[in-house]
Design a protein around this ligand. Structure first.
Ligand code: ZN
Length: 220
């Protein structure tokens, strides 16, 4: 039996593969391009300094293009030095944009800033679907985000024996879980599925079927 994999957040293209459903993260604000495949587009906290004043107008146009499924990555990153207040402003602006244009889903990049991100989402009044990609929060933060229509993505960190994600993955309800390759070149989505299904102690085919159902719900 061939499984269908879902790579919920990736910077790679699966042009030849029919057995992978994926959402590509467009790096539009670096490359000036968006792919002719399912993707999200947004202003990542790392690239705020690189854009000019037209970014909002550009983003508004990109959100209505074919294959654009939503906003992303947007969010907060407290590991980088960049001003947190500006990060919050840019994130809130995009959340308000999502609300205004009825954007159905947002992919979030969040590093060491989960409670502040939660507050921003509440403040904006955005009530669509959320994906916290590469989730690495604690149990309290997980519970907080479960109150929203929120999904959690896991990837390469699952292979690090000391990573708390190996425990976290067992705390996330199966119907709110996704797997992802993100920027990894040396780990395939199959390998991530294999590791995750072992950690969850779920048969690989049952696991793959569940995540595919999640994908259908997330993208509908
Ligand atoms: Zn990414």
């Amino acid at each position: 039996m061939t499984l269908t994999y879902v790579d919920i957040h990736t910077h790679h293209k699966y042009s030849q593969r029919k057995d992978v459903e994926s959402i590509i993260n467009s790096d539009y604000f670096l490359s000036g391009k968006t792919p002719e495949q399912n993707h999200t587009v947004g202003l990542h906290p790392w690239w705020i300094e690189k854009v000019d004043v037209t970014w909002k107008t550009q983003l508004t146009q990109l959100l209505s293009k074919p294959y654009c499924l939503g906003l992303g990555e947007i969010g907060l990153d407290y590991f980088i030095e960049f001003d947190r207040k500006i990060q919050a402003e840019v994130c809130l602006t995009q959340l308000e944009m999502a609300k205004k244009f009825k954007i159905l889903r947002i992919v979030f990049h969040c590093v060491r800033a989960y409670s502040d991100l939660y507050k921003l989402i509440k403040e904006s009044g955005y009530s669509g679907k959320c994906l916290l990609h590469d989730f690495n929060g604690n149990e309290h933060e997980l519970k907080q985000f479960l109150k929203l229509d929120c999904y959690f993505g896991f990837g390469a960190k699952l292979f690090k024996m000391e990573s708390k994600t190996r425990n976290l993955i067992n705390l996330v309800p199966l119907e709110r879980m996704f797997l992802e390759t993100d920027e990894q070149d040396n780990i395939t989505i199959e390998q991530i599925y294999h590791e995750a299904s072992q950690l969850r102690k779920i048969e690989p085919n049952v696991f793959a079927t569940s995540l595919l159902e999640n994908y259908q719900i997330f993208t509908r």
